[in-house]
Design a protein. Structure first.
Ligand code: SF4
Length: 394
């Protein structure tokens, strides 16, 4: 196959992912539901929800990450003070404008007060829909937090199963875990390729591929990534003189696509990040043969990734970040957080202190999902990249 043919394959896959990204009215979910009356969709907010349980109940888990820069906020602003991040405004806008009508229920994971309050608003705004505040454990002892989380998983299984008419049996749940294991494997391969040869996997393409997983059925998403992984090494892409950066802080409200493009144009290859973090919150394979509830509980309590809204029981977040920077051979770190994001911004001093001690260059800036001006960020990231190229430090 010629490089042009492989590049056109990649273009087609990325176009499909981009169309899904732009689908802020969830038309793809409506089409999926339209194929059978018993099909239901459950929306979940950042960061992580146990999609296997929703899938095993016969429903489609749909990630709701806000409207980005594609949605004009008409009523959403009136629900929040000015010192609150942007994501809940666009989510409320989506709700009151009917864009979320395709959802039959919603999960609001316990990551911050904003998401908690949003779950209460949804109970009032969309009365009659299933709305569950998913109280994720902050205690990781299997007898305490683990048992608590198991109860949460069963509650979700019962509620979604009641909507679809499909009971979540152990065998169905094992089947769903196996499908999501395939997806985890594909995402890990994508991450590895991006870390090893970042010029093959531009950040915008990588990001769009991850986002597609929040709308597509899991098997279709795995196939999308696998096809990309097969085609992209033969698409004739060449390395540029960019520095390698690791990004932290973008785990909930997502940066606009143009911001990601700006970082790359400023001379940064992103080799690790926390975008769309729920898609890879448990990076390893879960047991497909034993008790599937235990597999999910242990996945969360023992193997989930570290992030700002998760209690750092061992108090090693700073050290872990330094180790990761070294493992992915990053030249520096971009601490980019949504404006007014308490969890991300409260973590930053601790992360900065660990980076300082380790002599790792970093820079920080804030964004919101509808940021439209990138000149300042381009200059900041460009100067950061140039300083590292010239002197090895920022
Ligand atoms: S962006 Fe930060 S503050 Fe806003 S909802 Fe997400 S975690 Fe909460």
């Amino acid at each position: 196959m010629s490089t042009a043919t492989e590049q056109s394959k990649v273009d087609a896959l990325v176009s499909r992912a981009q169309a899904l990204y732009e689908d802020v009215s969830f038309e793809s979910v409506r089409r999926w539901k339209g194929q059978s009356e018993c099909r239901k969709a459950i929306g979940f907010l950042p960061i992580y929800a146990p999609r296997e349980v929703i899938h095993a109940a016969g429903a489609l888990p749909v990630g709701i990450l806000g409207g980005g820069d594609q949605l004009e906020i008409v009523r959403g602003d009136s629900f929040f003070q000015s010192y609150i991040c942007h994501l809940p405004r666009s989510v409320v806008e989506m709700a009151v404008s009917g864009r979320l009508d395709a959802m039959d229920g919603f999960l609001f994971p316990s990551i911050c007060d904003v998401i908690r309050n949003l779950s209460g608003m949804f109970q009032m705004l969309l009365a009659g829909k299933y709305v569950h505040y998913l109280d994720l454990p902050q205690n990781f002892d299997s007898e305490l937090g683990g048992e608590f989380y198991r109860t949460e998983l069963h509650a979700i299984a019962d509620a979604v199963g009641a909507l679809t008419g499909t009971r979540v049996t152990d065998s169905r749940l094992r089947g769903s875990i196996a499908l999501y294991n395939q997806n985890r494997r594909a995402i890990q391969e994508l991450l590895q390729l991006r870390t090893e040869q970042p010029w093959l996997v531009p950040t915008t393409e990588y990001y769009l591929l991850l986002r597609a997983g929040y709308l597509l059925p899991v098997d279709q998403h795995t196939a999308l990534i696998d096809e990309y992984l097969q085609a992209v090494p033969h698409a004739g892409r060449r390395p540029l003189d960019n520095i390698r950066v690791l990004i932290r802080g973008a785990f909930c409200e997502q940066p606009p696509l143009a911001l990601l493009r700006t970082l790359e144009r400023a001379g940064c290859y992103v080799v690790d990040d926390d975008f769309v973090l729920g898609s890879r919150f448990i990076p390893r394979q879960l047991d497909e043969t034993g008790d599937p509830w235990t597999a999910l509980v242990e996945g969360f309590t023992r193997h989930s990734v570290s992030t700002a809204s998760k209690y750092d029981e061992a108090n090693t977040k700073g050290e872990d970040l330094v180790s990761l920077v070294r493992a992915v051979r990053a030249d520096g770190v971009l601490l980019m957080a949504p404006s007014f994001c308490d969890p991300a911004l409260l973590d930053q001093p601790m992360l900065q202190s660990a980076l300082d001690k380790a002599g790792i260059p970093f820079t920080s800036f804030k964004y919101s999902e509808d940021t439209g001006q990138f000149q300042v960020i381009r200059e900041q990231a460009g100067t950061f990249a140039d300083a590292i190229k010239l002197w090895g430090k920022a």
